[in-house]
Design a binder for this molecule. Structure first.
Ligand code: RAM
Length: 945
C-alpha cells in the first residue's frame, strides 16, 4: 500500500515538474482523432480533441486554431492544404469535427493545434499528430474471400472441431517502394504475417459483429516489414465467433450450436504498395493463394486449441517455402449487404504478463499453477520432452477445498488447450492464438519433468483501454475491491462487453453492460469501445424496436428475445457516453434506433404509459429477468419496467436537447411526465410506499424466482426511484426513509440484484444517508463486496453467494461465474460519491468535487479520473483534529468545490483564507458543505471544525 502511495506521489511530482517546463498560457497535448492517437479511421469528418496544460491556475482556452495538411511541412498558417480552422473562439477542446477539404481513401492527414488562453494570448503549437483514412467505399476492396473448407475433418461426439487453415502467397516487390499498407479482415479470426513476422500485435481480429450486416477490418502500415524482391504473406485463420461455438447454445440443446454465421472461416486481404513515382502495386487474396492445414488441429474460442507441433510446416510463412503440393485457395462469395468498416474500438491485445505464483503437485501426477489473479487470456508454456508427449491444460477460477481444479462452472465450455510436442532438444514454447479462457488456476498434465514457476505464464487479453481511474484508501480491503473491479472489467471488455469470460456464455448481455457503463468509464477510457459496441447493439435491434438480451445476437435459444431491464441498454449506453465524454455523435448515430425503441415501449404500454403487473407475460422468463440474482421477495418486474420507461424518456429528452432537436426534447419530456404520472398512480401509495398487486403473479411460476412472491416495497424499487429522479423532493425523502428502514429490517444488509445494486449506494447518498452507504460499502459480512474480498477473491463474482462459508460453491453446475462485473457497478459510487468526482456539464467541462467523508472505517481516500480535459483529483484525509483535501482541477474547466464543513469551521486553501485566493469565490452553504467556485489548479484544503 505504502509503496503504491509513494509511486503515486512520485508520478504526481514528475507530472508537476513536466508541466513547469511548459510554456506559460495553454499548451495542447494528447492530440486524438476519433478518441485515438494517430489512428486509421474511415470517419469522413473525424473528430479532433486535445488536452490543455498550463503552469498557471485558472487557465482557460479563449480560442483555438487547427491546421490539417497533407505533409508536416505544410502545417503552417496560410499553407495548410486540407484545413485551417482559423482562430475559432470558444473553449471547446474535444469533438471538433474536421470540416476541411473532403477526405479521400488512403489520405494521410497531419494536424496540430494551438490555443489562446484566457487573456487571449496564443500559446505554442502542439506537436504534430496524424490520422490516415482507410478505404471509404466497399468497392475499393478488390480482394476475394478465400479459405479452405475443412469442416468434414471436425470430429468428436460432442464438439465438432475442425483444424484451422493456413494460407500463403509469395510476392515480388521492386526496389525503392516508399509506402505499403495492408487492409485485412476475416469472417472468423485471423493472424497475418509478413516474412514470418506477425503484423501488428492485436488478438482475435477483426472482432465480433453481426457478420451478415458488417465486418470490421484492420489497416496496418507494413512498409518496414516488406523488402524488395520476394516476400511471403501468410495467414492463419480460425473459426472464432463466425463459425465456432457460441454461448450456451449447446447447453440448452439449441437447433444450432456452432457456425451461426457460416461454416468456413475466410480471409480477405489487400496489400497496397506505392513507389516514389506514384506507381502502385496491389496484391489481393484470391485463388492464386495456397492453403493447407497443419499443426493447429482444433481451434475454438469456447473450447480451446489443440496444437500438434509434429505437424508444423517449418517456414510456411517465409519465402522459398515449397507449397507446390498445397491446394489452391477456395474463393467464397461476398454478401452485398455486408458493410466493411475500420475497427472503431480499441484493439484487443495482450495487456499484461502474469508470472506464476506457485506450482502444486496433485496426487494424479498433474500440477496446478496459480497465477495469482482471476483474468481472461491464455497461457504460454515452456516445456521439454519427446515427440508426441501430450500436454493438457485446463483452466479454472477456483480450487475445490481438496485442491482440485474447479471447472464445473464452465458448463459446456471445454476450455482445454492441448500441446503435442515435436521433441526439440532445446525445449518448446507455445501459446494458443484463437481462444481465451477466464481463470486464475491452470491444471497442467502430461509433463515429463517437474514444472517450475517458468513453465506456465499468464497472458491477459482484452480491449486495450487506457487506464483513466485511480482509487486507493487506507483500507486494504477496499483497495483489493477496486483491483477486483478493474480486473473484472479487463476480463470482460474484450471486443464487446461480456457477462463473463469463462463459461459457455461470454455474450454482450445488455443489462450487465448498461448497469456497469459509468463505472467502466471512470476506470478506463472506453469511449471508442462503446462506439464499437453501440454499432453492434443497434445492428441487433429487433424489427419491432426492442433491443435484445445480448449484442451481437446470434440465435442461441429460440426464446431469447428481450427483457425489461436489459433492452434499455440502447438508451443508457449512448446516454452515459454522452455524459462522461460529451459525445453527441453517438446520440445522432443511435437516434433512429432509440426513437424506434421508444415507440416500441409506447406501443407495449397500450397507450397507458405504465406497465401493469403481467405486462410482459408473453416473454421468457415471464416478466423478463427482473432484479436478477436479488435476495428475498422479488421486486415486481413490471414496476421496474415502468421506472425504466420513465428514465428512458428523461434520457431521451436530455439527449434530444444535446443534438438541438427541440421538438423531440419537448416530446420526450411529455412522455416522461405521462409515464411518471401513470406509474405513480398505479404503483405508489399515498404514504410514499411502492406496492404492486402481488396476486396478479399467481404462484409465481414462469417468473424468475417467482415462488418468493412479488412486492413493490424493496430496496431495489426505492433505490431506482431515487436514482432515476422519479419522485418529488418530498417523495424522494420518503423513499430514502423506506430504503433505510428496509436495510435496517434486513440487519443492515443489502438484498439487491443486478438492477438494484448499482443505484443502491448513490440513492443512499442522495437522500442524506451516506453513513449507511459506507456501512454497506465497508461491510465484510455476507452478502457484501467486502465478503468476496475477505474470501480471497481477486475479481467480482456473479452472485453475492457465489461462494459462502456454509454452502461452498453450491451453484457451480448451473451459473456461477467469478468474473462478472455487474455488482462492480458500486465503482460509480466510489468515484462519484466517496471521492465526489461529478460532472456538471457532459464531458466534465464543468465539474463538482464533493467527497463524502466516511464516518468510520476509512481515514484516507485518494481518487483521480482523467477526463477529456485532463486529470481530476480528489483526495481526503481525516485527521483527528482536521480534514485535509487535495484537489486538482484540469485546465479549461471550472469546478464547484464542496468542502465538508459547518458554517463555523475554519477553512484554509493553499495556506490562505479562501477569500484571498484569486479566482475562487464562495457560493454559500449546502447540505453540510461550504461551496466554492474555482478554475483549474491544485488546491490543498484544510478544515478545522
Ligand atoms: C446470465 C448472464 C448475464 C445475465 C443473464 C440474464 O446467464 O451471465 O449476466 O444478464 O443471464
Amino acid at each position: 500500500m505504502m509503496q503504491r502511495k509513494n509511486l503515486f506521489s512520485t508520478l504526481c511530482l514528475a507530472f508537476l515538474s513536466f508541466t513547469q517546463l511548459m510554456a506559460k498560457g495553454v499548451t495542447p497535448t494528447y492530440l486524438r482523432t476519433e478518441y485515438k492517437e494517430n489512428p486509421f479511421t474511415d470517419v469522413r469528418s473525424p473528430r479532433l480533441s486535445w488536452e490543455l496544460t498550463s503552469t498557471e491556475p485558472n487557465q482557460k482556452q479563449a480560442a483555438y486554431q487547427i491546421l490539417v495538411a497533407s505533409s508536416p511541412e505544410k502545417l503552417v498558417p496560410g499553407k495548410a492544404d486540407l484545413w485551417d480552422s482559423g482562430k475559432t473562439n470558444g473553449n471547446a477542446t474535444s469533438h471538433i469535427d474536421y470540416t476541411g477539404k473532403p477526405l479521400t481513401s488512403r489520405q494521410i492527414c497531419y494536424w496540430k493545434v494551438r490555443s489562446w488562453d484566457k487573456n487571449d494570448q496564443p500559446g505554442v503549437w502542439s506537436k504534430v499528430s496524424r490520422w490516415e483514412m482507410g478505404l471509404l467505399n466497399k468497392s475499393e476492396w478488390k480482394a476475394e474471400w478465400i479459405g479452405l473448407d475443412l469442416d468434414h475433418l471436425g470430429k468428436g461426439p460432442v464438439y465438432h472441431l475442425p483444424p484451422a487453415p493456413y494460407l500463403r502467397k509469395e510476392i515480388q516487390l521492386k526496389p525503392g517502394f516508399k509506402k505499403a499498407r495492408l487492409y485485412v479482415t476475416a469472417l472468423g479470426v485471423y493472424e497475418f504475417s509478413i516474412n514470418g513476422a506477425k503484423v501488428g500485435n492485436e488478438f482475435l481480429t477483426p472482432g465480433w459483429t453481426d457478420y451478415d450486416q458488417r465486418v470490421h477490418y484492420q489497416a496496418y502500415d507494413v512498409t518496414t516489414q516488406l523488402k524488395s524482391g520476394p516476400n511471403a504473406l501468410g495467414s492463419q485463420l480460425s473459426y472464432g465467433w463466425y463459425a465456432g461455438y457460441l454461448g450456451y447454445a449447446l447447453l440448452v440443446n439449441n437447433h444450432t450450436v456452432r457456425a451461426f454465421y457460416g461454416k468456413v472461416p475466410v480471409l480477405k486481404a489487400q496489400l497496397e504498395v506505392e513507389y516514389p513515382d506514384g506507381r502502385k502495386e496491389t496484391f489481393l487474396t484470391g485463388s492464386d493463394w495456397k492453403v493447407n492445414h497443419g499443426a493447429l488441429v482444433e481451434s475454438d474460442i469456447l473450447n480451446g486449441e489443440t496444437y500438434d507441433a509434429r505437424k508444423e510446416w517449418p517456414g510456411w510463412n517465409k519465402v522459398r517455402f515449397n507449397d507446390s503440393d498445397w491446394p489452391a485457395a477456395q474463393v467464397f462469395p461476398d454478401k452485398a449487404s455486408r458493410a466493411m468498416s475500420i475497427y472503431p474500438g480499441p484493439p484487443v491485445k495482450i495487456t499484461e504478463t502474469l508470472p506464476a505464483k506457485s506450482v502444486t503437485a496433485r496426487p494424479d501426477g498433474g500440477h496446478i499453477v496459480d497465477l495469482g489473479q482471476n483474468f481472461a487470456g491464455i497461457v504460454r508454456i515452456r516445456v521439454k520432452g519427446n515427440a508426441g508427449d501430450t500436454i493438457r491444460l485446463r483452466f479454472g477460477e477456483k480450487l475445490h477445498p481438496d485442491g482440485r481444479l474447479m471447472t464445473e462452472n464452465l458448463r459446456m465450455a471445454r476450455a482445454t488447450d492441448t500441446y503435442i510436442l515435436k521433441g526439440s532438444p532445446q525445449g518448446e514454447t507455445w501459446e494458443p492464438k484463437f481462444t481465451f479462457h477466464g481463470f486464475q488456476y491452470v491444471e497442467i498434465k502430461g509433463l515429463r519433468t517437474q514444472p517450475d514457476l517458468t513453465t506456465v505464464t499468464g497472458l491477459a487479453i482484452g480491449s486495450d483501454t487506457p487506464k483513466t481511474g485511480h482509487f486507493e484508501t487506507d483500507s486494504p480491503m477496499i483497495n483489493q475491491l477496486y483491483s477486483n473491479i478493474d480486473w473484472t472489467q479487463r476480463a470482460n471488455y474484450l471486443d464487446i462487453p461480456t457477462d463473463c469470460p469463462q463459461r459457455d456464455e461470454r455474450m454482450g448481455w445488455t443489462a450487465d453492460a448498461h448497469i456497469y457503463a459509468r463505472s467502466a468509464m471512470f476506470n478506463r477510457d472506453v469511449s471508442s469501445f462503446f462506439t464499437k459496441w453501440m454499432i453492434d447493439l443497434n445492428d441487433s435491434q429487433w424489427p419491432d424496436g426492442a433491443y435484445p438480451l445480448y449484442a451481437p445476437r446470434p440465435d442461441l435459444r429460440q426464446t431469447d428475445t428481450f427483457s425489461p431491464g436489459w433492452m434499455e441498454a440502447g438508451i443508457v449506453c449512448p446516454y452515459e457516453t454522452f455524459q462522461m465524454y460529451g459525445d453527441t455523435r453517438i446520440i445522432r448515430e443511435s437516434w433512429p434506433y432509440m426513437e424506434k425503441f421508444m415507440k416500441f415501449l409506447e406501443k407495449r404500454s397500450n397507450g397507458a404509459y405504465v406497465f401493469k403487473e403481467t405486462a410482459f407475460d408473453d416473454i421468457s422468463p415471464k416478466g423478463g429477468f427482473g432484479d436478477w440474482l436479488s435476495f428475498g421477495k422479488k421486486t415486481s418486474p413490471d414496476l421496474l419496467a415502468s421506472f425504466l420507461y420513465a428514465y428512458c424518456a428523461d434520457m431521451m429528452a436530455t439527449m434530444a436537447k444535446a443534438i438541438h432537436n427541440e421538438t423531440a426534447h419537448a416530446h420526450y419530456q411529455g412522455i416522461s411526465q405521462k409515464v411518471k404520472a401513470a406509474t405513480l398512480a398505479h404503483y405508489y401509495r399515498n404514504d410514499g410506499r411502492f406496492d404492486c398487486v402481488a396476486s396478479a403473479y399467481g404462484n409465481g411460476s414462469g417468473y424468475v424466482d417467482g415462488q418468493l412472491g412479488f412486492t413493490g416495497h424493496t430496496q431495489t424499487a426505492y433505490a431506482n426511484a431515487i436514482y432515476m429522479g422519479l419522485l418529488s423532493e418530498e417523495g424522494t425523502a420518503k423513499a430514502g426513509n423506506y430504503l433505510t428502514a428496509l436495510l435496517r429490517e434486513n440487519n443492515g444488509k443489502l438484498s439487491t440484484g443486478f438492477l438494484g445494486a448499482k443505484p443502491l449506494l448513490p440513492a443512499l447518498s442522495a437522500t442524506g444517508n451516506s453513513d449507511m452507504a459506507y456501512q454497506l460499502f465497508l461491510s465484510k459480512e455476507f452478502p457484501s463486496w467486502g465478503f468476496e474480498v475477505m474470501n480471497g477473491s481477486t475479481s467480482i463474482w456473479e452472485r453475492w453467494d457465489s461462494f459462502t462459508l456454509e454452502d461452498g460453491f453450491k451453484y457451480n453446475a448451473s451459473m456461477n461465474s467469478f468474473s462478472h462485473y455487474s455488482f462492480g457497478a458500486v465503482c460509480e459510487w466510489m468515484f462519484g460519491n466517496a471521492a465526489g468526482i461529478q460532472h456538471l456539464e457532459p464531458g466534465f467541462s464543468k465539474l463538482r468535487i464533493r467527497p463524502e467523508i466516511a464516518p468510520k472505517g476509512l481515514t484516507y481516500l485518494n481518487a483521480s479520473y482523467r477526463t477529456l480535459h485532463g486529470l481530476v483529483q480528489s483526495s481526503w484525509t481525516n485527521y483527528p483534529d482536521h480534514l485535509k483535501m487535495e484537489v486538482t482541477i484540469p485546465v479549461n474547466t471550472t469546478a464547484e468545490l464542496c468542502v465538508p464543513a459547518g458554517p463555523t469551521a475554519r477553512i484554509t486553501i493553499n495556506g490562505k483564507q479562501p477569500g484571498a485566493i484569486a479566482g475562487l469565490t464562495e457560493k454559500g452553504t449546502k447540505e453540510g458543505y461550504r461551496v466554492f467556485e474555482t478554475g483549474s489548479g491544485r488546491y490543498t484544503v484544510l478544515v478545522t471544525p
